[in-house]
Design a protein around this ligand. Structure first.
Ligand code: BGC
Length: 267
């Protein structure tokens, strides 16, 4: 295994708490960083409506309180928006009042813990690179999550280029995720073949722009990958995510542990 892919551990138990904030549910679990597996069962609380920062922060604090975790266990949050150094830049699928919010600062006030917040697809990308389908991959890895929106992560030799936001590429005059996400498949009642045509167009454009060596497809629908991945013809191999819906939680936890360790080393 290359050094950059060595999973990071933190604290006496190598534990961090990962949280995935989605449009319908907020899910969390403690993650064993040696294996990338949940150390205890995942819990889910429905996303409050409206999904304002304060309401979501309170749900996250409740979720963390459901486990008996030592105070030094850090929290990693996978969040469905671009986050520049923890600050939400814009938001497509949660309450608009999130724009400009410093998420780690808000959650540190709510929980008292070390908090790292990253884009959900970036977290899933790190999860897949460190523990999943891209574990042995060299070169440029593109991880795309197909859900309410389309999330993207680009990881080069273990290094993440954050906030690529390739779901919002304009393709054929449309914001790509409004046509090719899993939600679009649902909304327009597309069959697998029709949806695969949209995915072919989408991944074809992305492949021309970034020349990935490997494409990993995540999101809930990736468990039905046999219906659409074989219909796609790309230069790079395109494979289903291995951690599926756990990837965001696991990747965010791994990044939180790494950050907590870096902070501790700096003092
Ligand atoms: C957001 C991204 C997010 C993706 C998947 C998009 O609408 O802009 O930040 O990664 O949805 O949740």
């Amino acid at each position: 295994m290359n050094a950059h892919k060595t999973p990071h551990t933190s604290g006496p138990n190598g534990l961090a708490f990962g949280i995935d904030v989605g449009g319908s549910g907020i899910k969390g679990a403690p993650v064993d960083l040696a294996t990338g597996e949940f150390a205890q069962e995942r819990h889910r609380i429905p996303t409050p409506q409206p999904s304002t920062p304060q309401a979501v922060a309170e749900v996250i604090a409740r979720l963390v309180d459901e486990y008996d975790l030592p105070a030094e266990v850090p929290i990693g949050v996978a969040f469905p928006a671009p986050l520049q150094h923890g600050v939400v830049r814009f938001i497509a699928n949660l309450d608009a009042s999130w724009t400009g919010v410093d998420l780690p600062a808000l959650l540190h006030r709510e929980t008292g813990r070390h908090v790292v917040a990253v884009n959900d697809a970036d977290a899933a990308g790190i999860g897949e690179v460190r523990y999943g389908a891209a574990r042995d991959a060299d070169g440029v890895v593109l991880v795309a999550t197909l859900g309410t929106g389309i999330g993207s992560a680009i990881v080069v030799e273990g290094h993440l280029l954050p906030n690529t936001e390739l779901g919002h590429l304009e393709i054929d005059g449309h914001d790509a995720e409004t046509k090719a996400s899993d939600a679009a498949r649902d909304r327009e009642d597309l069959d697998w073949e029709q949806w695969a045509e949209r995915l072919q167009r989408y991944f074809g454009v992305v492949e021309d722009l970034f020349s990935p060596d490997l494409i990993v497809v995540g999101g809930g629908v990736s468990k039905k990958h046999e219906h659409f991945l074989p219909r796609l013809h790309l230069r790079a191999p395109i494979v289903p995510a291995q951690l599926r819906n756990a990837a965001g939680i696991v990747g965010a936890a791994s990044l939180a542990a790494e950050d907590a360790r870096r902070t501790a080393d700096a003092v």
